[in-house]
Design a protein around this ligand. Sequence first.
Ligand code: ADP
Ligand code: MG
Length: 701
Amino acid sequence: MTSYNLNTSITYLKGTGPSRADLLKKELGIRTFGDLINFFPRRYIDRTQFFKINQLQQNSSEIQIVGKITAIKTVQQKRGSRLVATFKDDTGIMELVWFRGAKWIKESLKINTPYVIFGKTNFFGNSFSMPHPEMELVSEYKRNLRGSMQPIYASTELLTNKGVSNRVIQKMMQSLFEQIGRNFKETLSKDILTKYELLPKSESLFNIHFPKNQELLTQAQQRLKFEELFFIQLQLIRKKLIRKSKIKGYTFLKVGTYFNSFYKNNLPFELTNAQKRVLKEIRKDIGSNAQMNRLLQGDVGSGKTIVALMSMLIAIDNGFQAAIMAPTEILATQHYNSVKELLNGMDVNVRLLTGSVKTKERRIIHEELESGELHILIGTHALIEDKVKFKNLGIAIIDEQHRFGVEQRSKLWRKNELPPHILVMTATPIPRTLAMSVYGDLDISVIDELPPGRKEIATAHRYDSNRLSVFKFMKEEIAKGKQVYVVYPLIKESEKMDYKDLMDGYESISREFPKPAYQVSIVHGKMKAEDKEYEMNRFLKKETQIMVATTVIEVGVNIPNASVMVIESAERFGLSQLHQLRGRVGRGADQSYCILMTSHKLSANAKTRLETMVKTSDGFEIADVDLKLRGPGNIMGKQQSGVLNLKIADVVSDTHILKNARETAFEVLQKDPSLKLPENTMLLQAYKNLHKNGEIWSNIS
Ligand code: ADP
Ligand code: MG
């Protein structure tokens, strides 16, 4: 007798031939018994309830009805034909319809024999129909393994077309349990199971596919979610521990003249408590002998720059160099200017390196970098070019992390003996749960407090038809000496139209705000860097009052005198982008405004986004709504979706389980970092099974 296990190919599953196996592999990535059993239903429906035809409602979800087919006909239509069966119960008549596979289905249908049909109904011209119903003879229905909850599995168009229906998947599951039995190796330790009252593995797997009742289903889901999140956290925390114990870093014990004289003479304001706390966290990291890898989250305007600068001064105090890498030239330049200004009168050598720096200047930078004369280098991608070689880079600050890959970063410290400390700054608040799942191996600091005296930005939603009053308002603010941004969307897919909108907008604003009383700047992505720079500078120097722009000004730009942000076609922006844009104003002490312009036609989703913006300015709250609207994959981008490719858990709604799983993983690893203790054997085994080529447990000594 053959014995089956989780590694057995599904071609050995009864009733599954090579072509279906091939299809499942291609469409769902299912190759083995193990893959199949871990293919969890997306949702369940109550199948204890049967409908009668006279109870049908116009918009039903999936329902089931018992009845008989009384007649079948083929109806010719433009392309191909459709099969229509008359279906009857003791209360009425409806139609069953097939657009595909008519011939094959026609042969298999039995007239005047009781069927259970299952599917969604349509209401068309006074009668109900069910397209492509799932059908089972009542006699068969009674025989099959099934609970009251019917699982619904994810499917694809091709699978449906090839007849691999939900029912077929269910039958495969049934065969699987029949062939393999119902005993599966436990993957969580007794302690964990007891502590969180989790259902054993075997019972969970069975009930997730064949729930006996709602309660067991819920328990099975809880357990499998916990397990999924637990093993991810185990990996992340393990990584973090290894990094901390293995990846040595420079130890900056000294807080010397640079830091102290800055603190005493140059610091222009008192640090907020949040800034102090974060600075302390950073000092602790760089004072230990492990490499710092810290993510600094802080809303726009929360004052990350000064924290970065003071961390760099500690590196310089210890004889090391520092760097700031920014995603755009404008931002790099701005960092450079504010750092220069903050360091005014101090003997710190700071230089700017971007694509537009001339060869001669470049040569000087290269030389000073290698000799160690240069203390701080600020720049764009130009920093990671081969010619750029630091003598001893001690700390690298990376602004707006999502634009730099890990490989790019590591180019920064080719010449180093040890990797420098890394501080990644982001103004895009990441919901805490998401941060835990994606950046669980990083340390995270949060500046959750704005500098004192900031006024909340008054935000309003206006329709295009109110444009004149918006113009009037802009004039009033300009009359007070303030400046205004008008931002247009620029989405790759509709770039041409967007440029047209931008130019039209620019023209109408130039007409409404004529020279010489008004001066209008324009900045967009198609302009040369130096032209952009020139226009930005005109605005910065208050030579122009209005800045018409695409989202190139999105990140970081700091012009405290600008008090109005008008966002055109605001419905086309995502929440985090709107939040970023709004953060461009409200940087000074005066009241600022954000006006979201839209047409009258708005989707429900767009309405939620606009309402959220009007209601709150808390970046974390906005990030939470964003997460709910868009889902984690879209927020974190493709490169992160590996971690988020969850089979059953949901980072949005399973926060509580995530927290427990993370805590548990942490406790386990604290006691037994390499999972050597006998009570953790099963964890180690399960982990290894999950990550067949998982490096992480093999590189421990
Ligand atoms: P972000 O976190 O968006 O990078 P910045 O570092 O650019 O914010 O700071 C925004 C503005 O707030 C700057 O003009 C900065 O000088 C000012 N600022 C930062 N920290 C404080 C503070 N503790 N008190 C007063 N103003 C501050
Ligand atoms: Mg900034």
